[in-house]
Ligand binder design. Sequence first.
Ligand SMILES: Cc1cc2nc3c(=O)[nH]c(=O)nc-3n(C[C@H](O)[C@H](O)[C@H](O)COP(=O)(O)OP(=O)(O)OC[C@H]3O[C@@H](n4cnc5c(N)ncnc54)[C@H](O)[C@@H]3O)c2cc1C
Length: 370
Amino acid sequence: MSTASHSDSALRFERSAIHTDVVIVGAGPCGLFQVFELGLLGLKAQLVDSLKAPGGQCVELYPDKPIYDIPAIPVCSGQELTDRLLQQIKPFDAGLHLGQEVSVVERQVNGRFRVVTSAATVFDAGAIVIAGGVGSFQPRRLEVPGVDALEGSYVHYRVKDPRAFADQEVVILGGGDSALDWALALVEHASSVVLVHRRPEFRGAPASVAKLQALRDEHRADVLIGQVKEVTPQDGVLKSISVLCGYGVVRRVELNQLLVFFGLRPSLGPIANWGLEINKKQLSVDTEKFQTSVPGIYAVGDINSYPGKKKLILSGFHEAALAAFSIKEYLEPGKKVHLQYTTTSPLMHKRLGVTEQVAEGEERKIAGGR
Ligand SMILES: Cc1cc2nc3c(=O)[nH]c(=O)nc-3n(C[C@H](O)[C@H](O)[C@H](O)COP(=O)(O)OP(=O)(O)OC[C@H]3O[C@@H](n4cnc5c(N)ncnc54)[C@H](O)[C@@H]3O)c2cc1C
């Protein structure tokens, strides 16, 4: 963990940073439930996830598979669990910043944290909860010599602006939804589109496969079954690739741009650089507060490690509840934090938005008033 230097432009930071009680790194089930537990205690949160949709592993890896061990929900899919959590946290109006990775965490001189994402979103937070699961999902790379030097200019693992591919000869690698969706979309802009997949069967939606087939029949797109073995730049400009097709035939394909969609793989990523104690790629925490080795930084869900840890969603929910109480004490030292039931507490009802106003005096009394 680094401490921000005095040379930081404090003024600029003040103007651009989103001020919040807590930044939650990761919008998987545990990060989402963390919003709820913090919200019940009157704490505001901002969620960040490197994926484009909330839900973590549940949505990325098994959206349609049934889960049977969520208390009081006999069965629900990964997507349904996520949708229910999103509904449950609605009253707390947490900011949701998707498609960006938390890359920097720094302690400020005033003890608060400066958190910066890959999209240059800056937060000024009192505490941090890392609910990063197995880490942030990173694109699987094309592994052929020389490809790294072309990344960003000619080789891409995500599309920021489809217009950049207008009138270009585009080759897309992969057989899942991302590869198919971009092939279908770029046909409208690019001068040519070739999809290369190692097998004749595609993993993407059948409707997309049918559309691709139709485009192929109309000679508006081409499909090659094979694997890229070589990229050939000339003076740093990508000109062609070699694809090993069936029966050992190598086809040379000319192109301007190469898009690679081989899926995502988890990696601890920048979390490993925040100076936190790590045990076998997991963050060590205590089981009272779920605090990491750095005061003010907590870890819940699959990313943490303690004796007896079980990587289950319900374990992460329990951890989120205890972490929230600890964060409340950390942010408001000396103030007693009372346990209140959502069934009977008027203050809980107010925070959940299920009753009209609670008299301010009563709120202070219930909250153990300052
Ligand atoms: C196939 C399968 C089936 C499963 N079935 C069950 C089951 O039946 N019951 C059960 O209890 N559990 C099940 N699990 C396990 C369960 O999915 C995990 O325990 C749960 O998803 C952990 O939740 P989490 O919020 O801790 O992490 P995750 O779901 O992994 O979410 C973490 C999120 O953090 C994000 N992230 C990480 N680092 C960063 C960063 N630096 N910046 C921004 N974002 C970041 C990631 O992109 C990710 O979205 C299953 C898992 C798999 C793979």
